[in-house]
Design a protein around this ligand. Structure first.
Ligand SMILES: O=C(O)COP(=O)(O)O
Ligand SMILES: [Mg+2]
Length: 239
């Protein structure tokens, strides 16, 4: 039985947070829209604005404000960014939920011996808070935001350092994400990359160069099995 095989022993699976583990757009865009309205600007539409998620809160804020017609200086104001962080922390799990199948899939991967970690461009304290509120924190050996690495995604350093923080080997790690920073970081780090088709990206996910696309979170396990089969076959061929 695979559940007791522990055939993923020695492997680390890294997960992006927003758009991969958690559908967090309702609260991120909720905060953005509260600030826009407070500033006398029109709110942005959820579906379109969610494609701005994936490069961190500041990028979302700046691009969201610019999309609503704010000038660059206003959009980049430090005071506005502080207000964003405070508002978001107070509403971080109002409407955000884990995607369907997340808990069961993480449990199965751990039962097979994999070490799990989060590599996200959301600040580490906010990532920990969100995962705690959704009762997901205990699944991960490490939660690594941009403030805990030498360079954030799309740099491969984010993924390599996240794997090391989790106690794993970067040569035996797989990235699961939803957007360009995830795919680029995986390429940069020399890791295989699985991409969700239900996350947030302004570019069609098919064009991001992921190794496998998945339409449901539970398909992560089958995708990992396929990537590992390729890994061991190519290693055997190399002799
Ligand atoms: O943009 C963010 O705040 C974080 O996004 P990520 O979890 O997809 O890296
Ligand atoms: Mg993401």
């Amino acid at each position: 039985m695979r559940m007791t095989d522990r055939d993923l022993e020695g492997w680390t699976v890294l997960f992006d947070l927003d758009g991969t583990l958690v559908d967090s757009a309702p609260d991120l865009i909720g905060t953005l829209n509260r600030l826009l309205v407070e500033e006398g600007l029109p709110p942005v539409e959820m579906e379109a604005a969610s494609t701005l998620i994936g490069s961190g809160a500041r990028a979302l804020l700046v691009h969201g404000f610019e999309a609503a017609g704010a000038d660059v200086e206003r959009a980049r104001s430090e005071a506005l960014f502080e207000r964003f962080l405070v508002d978001y922390a107070g509403h971080i799990a109002d409407g955000s939920r884990a995607f369907e199948g997340v808990v069961d899939t993480l449990e199965r991967l751990k039962a097979r011996g994999a070490v799990l970690a989060v590599a996200t461009n959301k600040r580490s304290d906010l990532s920990e808070l969100l995962l705690e509120k959704l009762r997901l924190r205990h699944h991960f050996a490490a939660v690594v935001g941009p403030d805990r690495v030498s360079a954030r995604k799309p740099s491969g350093a984010h993924l390599v350092e996240a794997v090391r923080t989790a106690g794993g080997d970067p040569a035996r790690a797989i990235m699961v994400g939803d957007a360009a920073p995830d795919a680029q970081a995986a390429r940069d780090a020399g890791m295989a990359c699985i991409l969700t088709t239900f996350g947030y990206t302004p570019v069609p996910v098919e064009d991001l160069g992921g190794d496998v696309l998945i339409d449901a979170f539970e398909d992560v396990e089958e995708a990992i099995d396929g990537l590992l089969a390729d890994f061991y076959v190519s290693r055997a061929l190399r002799g």
